[in-house]
Design a protein around this ligand. Structure first.
Ligand SMILES: Cc1cc2nc3c(=O)[nH]c(=O)nc-3n(C[C@H](O)[C@H](O)[C@H](O)COP(=O)(O)O)c2cc1C
Length: 350
């Protein structure tokens, strides 16, 4: 493929590479196969299979990316058609790039108003961030939540939320206990340690992972708290670490979650797409969010959360995403690897 052919993809990837991913591992890869066509892969070496449900969340992340791609492509004057490959991911596969879709950019004629709207959407996509900062006590109005409910329903999912202080407090504690529980699991602990970035320089140099800055914790405290997990059970220091962590959850008034079909790659991809739509819709109104994905992927925490909210689960349905949402100051920026890291070249068509 000529340089000219790949320039459109490079322009699109320059923005699309800012899609969010769990632990900011940035696992999606794109191989241009023509001026308007590309194959999308999930890089299994950048996945998080240690957690139960870590594997379904790989497809959720693929869905988050597909939605991101469609927002960016539209601002360039294209719709995206997708030919999805819904095979399960095998994290032991020899070929480390799991193909999940072939996509095509189809030129679309937008009215002047639609062009403006597409640019606004792109700007929203560019400025979205996870906020782990303390949230203000202000509640998000129902008028905004009804838009989120509609977006979720259109995709076959149910958005539910609670502002009940007792429930919120209980779930915040479940989230904190999840971290402690995850740290006791060697495989999950190893995976978290791989993606933590303890100093600003390390975060900027590696341009991926979860930085101490975005987690609002001083790097040395994060290093000790995560590296020496036995300290969480030690007298004095254990409760102190838990308090420092819980302190970053100040002001949480509302929690939201998404329920619905979650029973195979097709559902997982739609879940991810919907989550991204919900995130951008909230961001449109100046509402920030912080996913509590680990409460979903940790079986014990998941059960506790599902019991607290009375989630409608079973028969292929699940509460598959939980997050706190509200208003906060602008959160720190999470780095991304340079866009060219996302582009795969020189691979045979498969
Ligand atoms: C599917 C999904 C699950 C996530 N789960 C968590 C989580 O459990 N805890 C957390 O702190 N952040 C979680 N995040 C947020 C990511 O860590 C964040 O998107 C990434 O670090 C990039 O930062 P940004 O959103 O500010 O661009 C999740 C993101 C996605 C897309």
């Amino acid at each position: 493929m000529s340089e000219e052919h790949s320039s459109l993809w490079r322009a699109i990837v320059a923005d699309a590479h800012r899609y969010p991913s769990p632990h900011n591992s940035q696992p999606i890869k794109l191989r241009p196969t023509g001026e308007h066509t590309a194959t999308l892969y999930y890089d299994l070496d950048l996945g998080l299979p240690a957690e139960s449900f870590g594997i379904p969340f790989a497809h959720v992340c693929a869905g988050v990316f597909l939605e991101s791609l469609s927002v960016v492509a539209r601002a360039h004057g294209y719709d995206v058609t997708e030919d999805l490959d819904l095979a399960d991911m095998d994290f032991d596969a020899t070929d480390r790039l799991h193909r999940f879709a072939d996509v095509e950019l189809v030129p679309v004629t937008l009215t002047a108003d639609e062009q403006v709207e597409a640019q606004i959407e792109l700007e929203r996509f560019r400025t979205r961030r996870t906020s782990r900062r303390p949230y203000s006590r202000e509640l998000v109005p129902d008028s905004i939540l009804s838009d989120v409910i509609r977006i979720s329903e259109d995709a076959g999912f149910e958005f539910r939320s609670t502002a009940d202080p007792k429930r919120v407090k209980k779930i915040i504690h479940v989230n904190q206990a999840t971290l402690f529980d995850d740290l006791q699991n060697d495989a999950v602990h190893g995976e978290i340690m791989e993606w933590l970035r303890f100093s600003r320089r390390e975060a900027a140099d590696r341009a991926d992972g979860l930085s101490a800055e975005t987690m609002l914790l001083p790097g040395p405290i994060l290093r000790v708290a995560m590296g020496k997990r036995e300290l969480w059970e030690a007298p004095v220091i254990g409760p102190l670490i838990k308090r420092v962590y819980l302190n970053t959850m100040r002001g949480v008034r509302q929690l939201g979650w998404l329920e619905g079909p979650f029973d195979g790659p097709a559902d997982y991809i739609e879940a991810g797409r919907t989550f991204m739509r919900v995130w951008l819709e909230l961001h449109r109104h100046g509402v920030v969010l912080h996913p509590f994905g680990t409460v979903i992927t940790n079986p014990r925490s998941h059960q506790q959360f599902a019991d607290i909210v009375g989630a409608n689960e079973g028969d292929g349905r699940m509460a598959w995403m939980l997050f706190r949402f509200g208003y906060s100051q602008t959160p720190p920026f999470a780095h991304r690897r340079a866009p060219e890291h996302m582009i795969v070249t020189g691979r045979d068509a498969s």
